[in-house]
Design a protein around this ligand. Structure first.
Ligand code: C5P
Length: 239
């Protein structure tokens, strides 16, 4: 895989025009465009096709979490949209994840399309140890233990990988093996601002830790020249 294919650009913007300006500028010089709740709920599913029409691959970041039948149906819809990657919450449980994996495979086969990569979100990185213990009543375990267990359950259900903090990469890699996809956000090249990210990792370090893909937003979207920012990140990854 080339370094550029590991970059997932977080298109955290309100408007379709702004997102497409970036897609026009960057085309297939990055791996994926991440369309999350903000852009999807403003621009609608057409934004996925519009980016794909420009040669981009799309990660639909809507974190599905509902009863198995509903999530499987949503998985079929995003597969029909042609997205390359999408995610769900592992907290939705085994049956939800198994049904989803089967539904996505079946839908892709029916349409003779590639099967999108499915990713599980385990414990959100915004959840702390005290939230886990006092509100979720998960006691006597460290967050990392929970993250690794849920990653394993996701893998058993046929989910292809996880989105996780760079701190969790090594433990997940050890537990889930080389083929399991690991996507990590919180990436900041040395030259860029940290913004509101607290525990940051450089693209080079994320690679060394074993990440397959990295989600990067503002260091690219807010750069004076996003194309140049991407080139600098690729150089850093290759070094
Ligand atoms: O602009 P920035 O590079 O901080 O964007 C990071 C992206 O990754 C955002 O879309 C954010 O929602 C997402 N994300 C994150 N931290 C997590 C999970 C997702 O920053 N733990």
């Amino acid at each position: 895989m080339q370094a550029k294919d590991r970059i997932i650009l977080a298109l955290d913007v309100d408007h379709e025009e702004e997102a497409l300006r970036l897609a026009d500028k960057l085309g297939d010089n990055i791996g994926f465009y991440k369309v999350g709740m903000q852009l999807f709920n403003s621009a609608g599913p057409g934004i996925v096709r519009a980016i794909q029409d420009r040669g981009g691959k799309v990660f639909v970041d809507l974190k599905f979490h509902d009863i198995p039948n509903t999530v499987a149906a949503a998985g079929r819809v995003v597969t029909r949209l042609g997205c390359s990657m999408f995610n769900i919450h592992a907290a939705g449980g085994r049956e939800m994840m198994k049904n989803l994996a089967a539904a996505v495979q079946e839908e892709a086969d029916k349409l003779h399309q590639p099967v999108p990569i499915t990713l599980a979100v385990t414990v959100l990185t915004s959840i702390g140890q005290s939230d886990l213990e006092n509100d979720m009543l998960i006691r006597g375990l460290q967050i990392e233990d929970v993250v690794v267990k849920w990653a394993l359950v996701a893998k058993e259900c046929g989910i292809n990988g996880v989105v996780c903090s760079p701190r969790e990469i090594a433990a997940i890699r050890a537990a889930c093996g080389a083929e399991f996809k690991i996507v990590t956000p919180g990436i900041r090249p040395a030259w860029s601002e940290t913004n509101d990210q607290k525990r940051i990792t450089t693209p080079g370090d994320a690679l060394k830790l074993g990440a397959d893909y990295m989600v990067i937003g503002r260091p690219i979207t807010q750069a004076s020249d996003p194309f140049v920012a991407v080139q600098k990140i690729i150089e850093e990854m290759e070094a």
